[in-house]
Design a protein around this ligand. Structure first.
Ligand code: DGT
Ligand code: CA
Ligand code: CA
Ligand code: ZN
Length: 573
């Protein structure tokens, strides 16, 4: 909330500057934005107490705008400014390296009113002829435009993580680095990433940052100093992502890690706790007067503030400061005894039952479930009823032949458009467990996807609902579902909901998993592996589940084999 509000004031300042207002006026709004970002108190509480105007640096008229925003979600002044300027101009502010002063200049001198005009002015050479512009600055703007076009803004977690890990490895090639961590939204396990934040403790920041910006795949260098370097890196040739590296002294590393991990809202809350104790918290440390009481270790900050260490995935100011929270019970990657959703060459997987089983043994699993596609998933080579009977037999044979792991016979059964299941009950009954999923007719209204999902939940043989919302991050929206109704049905019939660990899916997502476990519904965190390598992607689902406050005891595939078998018996009624 406070982040958006701060953004609105930033936007006012930008638009004032573009429209030719004096710097003093626009800067006063920038100052308000900064004050809001660093506010320690809850803005809604301040409003309720009617004391917004008492925030240092906030005058009466600004307070009125803040209240207006909190009440209506808008600020009239901002809306008026947007109306006054050509509607394409504010868009130009999204171009990296192009500020409001330059935009004002282009508007005044060349009548540039939007992206198309700007590109035309670059093309014709008119931009380069302007006072204070040159070939180099025009080139920068052209590059900024292409960046904007190739990056849809945010990058899915699964694409950003390998970039961050490769850069971290590259930084280590520079020589011994005291400490190095990935911070920001990536450390919190968010499903999409605005930019990557890296943090190092080192005493020669300048040299390390020189090495950083010289990485062979760097597309553009946005900053290169002694404490901060900023670059862009291409991702899969289709987009670019920004990477910030900050270098701090070892005695501040913990405080900087805490600060740059965020989230902003979490930090605001934490700074408030510090203030109540008469302490000051910033990216350099936790201070009592001039003296640092913590800073080298991140855990030390929480400890000194008298709160339990909060794992990064929970740092969203969504209740993680609650002292009753049993944070150390959150699900961890080491808790898994098996994986209940995977495909083989029988449908669209790359490996055989035996290969999947041996890979799972190598991971230390006690059991797996082979769950290939059912007959209606034709593009995924779904199994006809006849082939499914043979497949069940093949799974039973493999289970007998291979020691050291239990191989369950299962299927990923389509939930059809008419809300029936893709296999008759006798096939489903012959399986040890059934994952039921919707793969098509996702936007169909009657029966609705909610009705179809609940019908599947109520089938006695269905044990898990696979990727319940069907969303693909940045590619396909979630189905229009009544999640509360689904959760209620799942609870009643003891059906687990899946957290699918494919990073394109992460489905259920964090807030929905939290709703489910709060209601007491069991969760299955599965990889939906289509190859032995895919079995290793469980960590994506774990991050999502942790963000949803999922504990080990909520997850069925953390149960030892005997207990899981009991659960399956109860779940199939
Ligand atoms: P992103 O990059 O949009 O996915 O999200 P974050 O959370 O990585 O955000 P980013 O990269 O802008 O900043 C990293 C962290 O630094 C953020 O989570 C909190 C902290 N931070 C940034 N600016 C401020 C600020 O003005 N005040 C405070 N208290 N913290 C800030
Ligand atoms: Ca970031
Ligand atoms: Ca950043
Ligand atoms: Zn599926």
């Amino acid at each position: 909330m406070v982040k958006e509000l701060a953004g609105a004031f930033e936007r006012i300042a930008d638009l004032l500057e573009i429209s030719g207002s004096d710097a003093f006026r626009s800067n006063s709004y920038r100052r308000v934005s900064r004050i809001l970002k660093n506010l320690t108190d809850d803005i809604v509480a301040l409003k309720e107490a009617n004391v917004i105007a008492e925030i240092p640096g906030i005058g009466k008229s600004t307070a009125a705008k803040i209240e207006e925003y909190l009440e209506t979600g808008k600020i009239k002044m901002l809306e008026d400014l947007k109306k006054k300027l050509p509607s394409g101009l504010p868009d130009l502010l999204r171009i990296p390296g192009l500020g409001p002063k330059k935009i004002a200049l282009f508007y005044r001198e060349l009548d540039v009113t939007g992206m198309d005009d700007l590109e035309a002015a670059i093309e014709s050479g008119a931009l380069a002829k302007l006072d204070g512009m040159g070939a180099k600055s025009v080139q920068k703007i052209a590059e900024g435009i292409s960046f904007l076009k190739t990056s849809s803004g945010r990058t899915p977690f699964g694409l950003a993580l390998p970039v961050a890990e490769e850069l971290a490895a590259y930084l280590r090639e520079f020589g011994p680095i005291d400490q190095l961590e990935i911070a920001g939204s990536l450390r919190r396990g968010c499903e999409t990433i605005g930019d990557i934040d890296l943090l190092c403790a080192h005493d020669d920041g300048e040299a390390l940052i020189k090495h950083f910006v010289a990485h062979p795949s760097v597309k553009r260098v946005l900053a290169s100093g002694s404490t901060k370097g900023s670059i862009t890196i291409p991702v899969r040739g289709e987009r670019e992502i920004q990477v910030d590296l900050r270098v701090v002294p070892a005695e501040s590393f913990g405080a900087a890690l805490q600060y740059f991990t965020g989230s902003l809202d979490h930090n605001v809350h934490l700074r408030g706790l510090a203030q109540k104790k008469g302490l000051k918290l910033n990216e350099w440390g936790l201070f009592s007067g001039e003296e640092a009481v913590a800073g080298a270790e991140e855990a030390g900050i929480y400890e000194q503030l008298g709160v339990a260490y909060i794992p990064p995935e929970l740092r969203e100011d969504r209740g993680e400061f609650d002292p009753d929270l049993k944070i150390n019970e959150l699900i961890e990657i080491g808790d898994f005894r098996g994986d209940l959703h995977m495909h083989t060459t029988a449908s669209d997987g790359k490996n055989s039952i035996e290969e999947m089983a041996h890979a799972a043994i190598a991971m230390g699993y006690e059991y797996i479930a082979i769950s290939d596609h059912s007959q209606s998933s034709a593009i995924a080579n779904g199994l006809s009823v006849e082939r499914m009977w043979e497949h069940i037999e093949a799974i039973r044979q493999a289970d007998k032949a291979i020691d050291g792991i239990k191989i369950f016979a299962a299927c990923e059964c389509d939930i059809l458009a008419d809300a029936t299941l893709d296999y008759p009950d006798d096939v489903l009954a012959a399986c040890d467990l059934v994952v039921a999923s919707i793969h098509f007719a996702m936007t169909r209204k009657k029966p609705s996807p909610t009705e179809r999902t609940i019908a599947a939940i109520e089938n006695p043989y269905v044990t898990i609902i696979g990727h319940p919302t069907g969303r693909l991050i940045q590619r396909r929206p979630a189905m229009d579902l009544d999640m509360s109704a689904i959760i209620e049905a799942a609870l009643k019939s003891n059906t687990a909901l899946e957290v699918n660990s494919s990073w394109q899916r992460m489905d259920l997502k964090d807030v929905h998993v939290r709703m489910a476990v709060d209601a007491g519904v069991k969760i299955a965190i599965d990889t939906d592996a289509h190859s032995t390598d895919d079995l290793l992607r469980m960590h994506y689902g774990v991050r999502t589940a942790r963000r949803g406050y999922v504990r080990k005891q909520d997850v069925v595939n953390t149960l030892p084999l005997g207990k899981l078998t009991k659960w399956l018996e109860q779940a199939r009624h």
